[in-house]
Design a protein around this ligand. Sequence first.
Ligand SMILES: [Zn+2]
Length: 80
Amino acid sequence: MTIKDIMKYIESEYTIINDTPCEICGGDYISRDSDVAVINGIPYDICDCICSECGHEKTFQFCAPFIEDKDLKNIRGILN
Ligand SMILES: [Zn+2]
């Protein structure tokens, strides 16, 4: 897995976020913050989003088992 592949994966996550309407008003979610967390030994990409219309907050979690420990720092660098 190269950083380029990981970026492609992250892009597809943003596609999912963009395709998900707000459950309150149907508006678009925008990404506020993103981080990688390890839960039960499996890395997850955690993306905090907020509705651009009504401000409803939603957290998207994407399982990212391909991310290795050595990549975590790099990915954090990309996301922030
Ligand atoms: Zn909304």
